[in-house]
Design a protein around this ligand. Structure first.
Ligand code: SD4
Length: 333
């Protein structure tokens, strides 16, 4: 048989009898999230996943939980930008590639719920700033006080003393506090803890959500990777899902989570796919990469998961039927 004919026949064969992408049993339901703060976030998501709920509702519940509880990095308790204003970014994406996002949202407690509303009720994907706030208010969200939380107020006062605009991020390895320590500026104040989570429900459908106050002391109006679909979060229900934490500009430059998912599509494991994405960032500018942190976490359709970071110190949390724990990510540098 000539080669062309063989290829035609074999591709017909594949189309007629599609092979399942993965043949072994699937680890589901499962939720994974960035950082050790992901443990209670996973628990909130698990309530929905374990009751056979949808992954999109589970990731939303996880994000709502952290927006209510953490200071410094997510929600209205987060650290402000350099003008002293807290601006929030969030996004959500489901198994149908429906997605919604808000960026630079002020004085609204639950940006993730506004992002969900954008997804569910508008023909758009991203709303920003004033427009996002207007949309939230029109949809019954309450305008909260613009006052900073106590810890944010103190940290901002200290920062103003130096007023040093140096958007460094996530250099956990500069401070020796053990693997699960919070993540600090060199002066000891926490700098980040963006919450990104991805989940697979009992039906095998994937979704993800991200919520953050973004990089502390950023320029007013600066948007990071977190609310950008394909940067801070990407879900492809045929392949897998990924989310990121770290210096958003570097993630955006390589469309980080989309890149991770595309590597999984090529057959890389979640961990290897995250590693390849980190390598791209480092390759572009190795000197700069040595001064910053980016971490990716990913899950494939089999419920396998993995992570990789540029630097030491990135951790992630996993909850499934068989485990409930924090894992330490491998790193490049
Ligand atoms: C940003 N990626 O705004 C976010 C910050 C972050 O953990 O992840 N912090 O660039």
């Amino acid at each position: 048989m000539d080669r062309k004919k063989f290829l035609r026949l074999s591709s017909f064969g594949l189309a007629a009898f599609p092979m399942p992408l993965f043949s072994k049993s699937v680890n589901k339901p499962i939720v994974i999230s960035t950082w050790d703060s992901g443990m209670p976030v996973n628990a909130a998501a698990w309530k929905i996943l374990s009751a056979n709920g949808k992954s999109v509702d589970a990731v939303e519940a996880g994000a709502v939980y952290i927006e209510d509880t953490i200071d410094c990095c997510v929600g209205l308790g987060g650290f402000p930008d350099r003008d002293g204003i807290v601006t929030l970014d969030a996004c959500i994406m489901d198994e149908h590639a429906n997605c919604g996002s808000v960026a630079g949202l002020e004085q609204i407690k639950h940006p993730i719920l506004v992002a969900r509303k954008v997804m569910d009720t508008t023909p758009h994907v991203i709303l920003v700033g004033q427009g996002a706030q207007q949309f939230a208010l029109q949809n019954g969200f309450k305008k909260e006080s613009a006052e900073l939380s106590e810890s944010a107020k103190n940290a901002y006062k200290d920062w103003l003393k130096k007023n040093d605009y140096k958007p460094e991020i996530n250099i956990e390895n500069k401070k020796e506090n053990g693997p699960f320590a919070p993540h600090f500026f060199e002066d000891g104040s926490p700098n980040h803890d963006t919450m990104g989570l991805v989940a697979m429900d009992v039906d095998g459908n994937l979704s993800g959500a991200v919520t953050t106050s973004g990089m502390a002391y950023k320029m007013h109006g600066r948007v990071g990777d977190s609310p950008i679909i394909g940067a801070g979060l990407f879900v492809d229900n045929e392949v897998g899902a990924a989310t990121s934490s770290g210096l958003g500009e570097e993630v955006i430059r390589i469309c980080g989570t989309h890149t991770v998912v595309e590597y999984m599509r090529q057959g890389y494991s979640p961990e290897a796919a995250c590693k390849k994405a980190c390598e791209r960032i480092v390759k572009r500018d190795p000197k700069k990469a040595a001064t910053l942190q980016v971490g990716f976490v990913a899950m494939n359709k089999k419920g396998e998961y993995g992570a990789y970071a540029i630097q030491k110190g990135f951790v992630f949390s996993v909850k499934s039927n068989t485990e409930n724990q924090i894992h330490t990510s491998k790193y490049l540098l």
